[in-house]
Design a protein around this ligand. Structure first.
Ligand code: HAX
Length: 439
């Protein structure tokens, strides 16, 4: 058993006992009430999921095991002389619940590098797809193709005890995270760089090796950006589409490959992860339509109103839970300032930030007029030369694996059951309203 797995076994066993006890002794504690409006608006605010890895506060933003993003930047191990946290450390924190040592982080880097070999049939499956297949479709196809390697699925078909589930899921999760950067880089290079692939460098940390395989290893600052990017996109508690999908599909005991592929199909939606491509596409279209790379705030306001009048959303703004500027947006803005990274696109993103909240607020219906994580990420990638915005959600997906798959290990260790909420018809709701009115 590897070091991390041994440590997880130690922390998971007592919590599994406490969880069972909690349900047995306090199972009838009332958690709250919910309204018809909540039922009709995507179950927002209804507590129905347990996620150990992170918790989202509407006003404050995300905390990973209690730590904010600025605290993570300060406390997580970094490469020698570096300032950005290593995503390996965040994975350790989410899985184990405490801050890692430098040795713990090095151990995970080595562990993932050891597991990073992608079987050849996955590349063949990708090569069979037309090059203009959206990178997110290629990504989910490749993850499904990799399911041949599932140790959980193989063990389950032979017959295993429930108490062993987490152990096989752990192996699948570690193998999958080790392999994802190679798959994502392969998709990038086959789609945009003439199939000129770059061999991994196992001596690099996980995010830096990813930057290297994408072809940006020599671009000053890009490795740093990838370490930050892979850290801040990793998790956003359990109810967002990608996290919830991983949990839901996994609750049927579909293995980590199947449930993560399903989650990535959800991340590929424009109201979720695809918003990062939509933002930069919208900014480029605005610059084209206004005939300037440096639109004034007045010009931006006119373009925003045009977008809204066409019945479209302003991508990168709004959130189902957050009610303030996303700290992940702020972290990227600060990265740009710290590294003296500036250009017309980044300045436009900042000017959009000055203009959009006021306009959305004035509509009177948008619950959160502030920017989310996706409002900033594309402009930094463009700055470093990665202009192929169709690819951006794949980067998000590689990072999101860290949180949702750490949680899947917890799901199996704590014995979370099949998820099966109750649904009703509109007719049922109408009858309920009628009977409430007469009661
Ligand atoms: N532009 C225009 N209108 C918006 C808006 C925006 N950015 N955000 C919300 N609204 C509208 C909604 O479309 C809705 O209008 P209708 O009542 O006419 O249908 C109304 O305001 C109320 O919506 P809400 O309750 O504030 O928002 P929801 O919780 O329903 O949706 C979304 C949250 C993130 C989907 C929404 O804000 C949105 O569409 N934003 C733009 C897309 C985006 O940036 N998505 C990424 C979100 C973060 C994420 O998951 N990243 O991966």
């Amino acid at each position: 058993m590897d070091r991390l797995k041994e440590k997880f076994a130690q922390v998971a066993a007592p919590l599994a006992v406490q969880t069972k006890k909690l349900v047995k002794e306090h199972g009838n504690v009332v958690m709250g009430q919910y309204t018809l409006e909540q039922v009709m608006s995507g179950m927002k605010g209804i507590i129905g999921l347990i996620t150990e890895t992170s918790l989202l506060d509407a006003e404050e933003g995300i905390r990973f095991r209690g730590y904010t993003i600025p605290e993570l930047r300060e406390k997580l191990p970094k490469v020698e002389g570096g300032v950005e946290p290593l995503p390996e450390g965040l994975f350790y924190l989410m899985l184990i619940g405490e801050l890692p040592s430098e040795e713990d982080v090095q151990d995970i880097s080595n562990n993932w590098a050891r597991r990073s070999n992608v079987p050849n049939h996955v590349f063949k499956v990708l090569d069979a797809l037309p090059k203009n297949t959206h990178p997110m479709t290629q990504f989910t196809v490749a993850i499904n193709a990799l399911q041949t390697e599932s140790e959980f699925a193989a063990a389950y078909s032979k017959g295993i005890s429930k108490s062993e589930y987490w152990s096989y899921v752990y192996e699948d999760v570690m193998n999958l995270i080790g392999r994802l950067p190679r798959i994502a880089a392969y998709i990038y290079r086959r789609t945009y760089k003439n199939d000129e692939h770059i061999e991994p460098n196992p001596k690099l940390d996980w995010a830096a090796n990813f930057a290297h395989m994408l072809g940006y290893g020599e671009v000053d600052g890009f490795k740093r950006l990838m370490r930050l990017y892979m850290t801040i996109h990793a998790d956003h508690e359990g109810g967002n589409v990608s996290a919830h999908t991983t949990h839901l599909v996994g609750s049927a005991l579909s293995d980590p490959y199947l449930s993560f592929a399903a989650a990535m199909n959800g991340l590929a939606g424009p109201l979720h992860g695809l918003a990062n491509q939509e933002v930069i596409k919208w900014i480029f279209e605005m610059q084209d339509s206004l005939g300037t790379k440096k639109p004034s705030k007045e010009q931006i306001a006119t373009y925003v109103n045009k977008t809204l009048s066409e019945g479209k959303v302003v991508p990168g703004y709004g959130h189902a839970v957050l009610r303030k500027t996303d700290p992940r947006f702020t972290a990227q803005m600060e990265f740009a300032k710290r590294n003296n990274v500036t250009d017309d696109t980044i300045e436009t993103v900042w000017n959009v930030y000055d203009v959009v909240p006021g306009i959305l607020e004035s509509l009177g219906k948008v619950k959160n007029p502030w920017p989310n994580v996706d409002a900033h990420s594309g402009s930094l990638l463009v700055h470093y030369g990665m202009v192929e915005y169709d690819f951006y959600t794949v980067l998000f997906g590689v990072s999101r694996a860290l949180g949702v798959l750490a949680q899947q290990i917890w799901d199996r260790a704590l014995g979370h059951p099949l998820e099966r909420p109750k649904s009703v018809t509109t007719e049922w709701l109408q009858a309920k309203v009628k009977s409430s009115a007469t009661a």
